[in-house]
Ligand binder design. Structure first.
Ligand code: NAD
Length: 253
């Protein structure tokens, strides 16, 4: 058997059609894992799978809407059928946008909480028996927005803070059963998502000073976050449980 660090491991990744999720799928596969990539965007997830397979590595995938428990159960069953089980669950699917709270209707609140918080609930429920069987781990993509408040971003911040504390709670509850759960908390990473966070003309710019970076204008790459995710999922991180690993060039320092 190969001595690649994820050889023999089966990884289920949401949001794998773009950005951080896609880079993470590619990185796990390059390091020997069998990847099952899911995304609500079916053509995008097909592209991710095709790109991995073209490198001679192992991947399969499915269209899956993480807001639907039925859709998640179906995808999880397909992943187990394809790769025999689940060792690592990565929740990278996420949505958000800058919006003034006075303009936020119920549908917008539920849209963001639905993908960012209910999604990981659904995938964790479906993956749990498989993860426990293999003493696996969960890596959730939260955000520095889950570690502090941000103007014009209340639903996203609430979803990411919820995801972080959901993850910490799982870490404690399953600590004696060999399951680890951690978050990565990225700062700004250049992906299609970030265009949704452009402030509109009516927003008070001084309220956005939270985003001041010690290295102004410097963006992370999806691969930077894939590095952090694969580290947390690896045996090198076996003592690390229940953390939010910040990767933000020092914004929160
Ligand atoms: P992205 O838009 O490139 O990728 C997100 C993916 O999630 C897309 O492919 C999208 O189709 C998928 N998705 C959306 N709704 C879904 C659903 N209902 N079911 C399944 N898939 C769905 O964005 P990204 O920047 O790569 O974001 C990945 C994660 O990183 C998100 O959770 C995001 O909140 C988080 N994050 C991003 C940044 C950043 O600056 N880009 C910073 C902190 C945290």
């Amino acid at each position: 058997m190969s001595n690649a660090r994820f050889a023999g491991k089966s990884v289920f990744i949401t949001g794998a059609g773009s950005g951080i999720g896609r880079a993470t799928a590619e990185r796990f596969a390059a390091d020997g894992a069998s990847v099952f990539a899911v995304d609500v965007n079916a053509p995008a997830v097909d592209e991710t799978v095709a790109a991995i397979v073209a490198t001679g590595k192992t991947a399969a995938g499915a269209a899956c809407d993480v807001t639907s428990s039925a859709s998640v159960k179906q995808a999880m069953a397909a992943a187990v059928a394809a790769h025999g089980g689940i060792d690592v669950l990565v929740n990278a699917a996420g949505v958000g946008r800058a919006i003034r709270f006075e303009l936020m209707d119920e549908a917008e609140w539920h849209r963001v909480i639905g993908v960012n918080l209910h999604g990981p609930f659904h995938t964790t429920q479906a993956a749990l028996p498989h993860l426990l069987e293999r003493r696996g781990c969960i890596v959730n993509v939260a955000s520095i927005a889950g570690m502090r408040g941000q103007a014009y971003n209340s639903h996203y911040c609430a979803s990411k803070a919820g995801l972080l504390n959901f993850t910490r709670s799982l870490a404690l509850e399953f600590a004696t059963r060999g399951l680890r759960a951690n978050c990565v908390c990225p700062g700004g990473v250049k992906t299609p998502l970030v265009k949704n966070f452009t402030p509109d003309g009516d927003m008070e710019m001084h309220l956005l000073s939270y985003s001041m970076s010690p290295i102004p204008g410097k963006w992370g790459k999806p691969e930077d976050i894939a590095n952090a995710i694969t580290f947390l999922a690896s045996d090198e991180a076996r003592m690390i449980n229940g953390i939010g690993l910040v990767a933000d060039f020092g914004v929160l320092a």
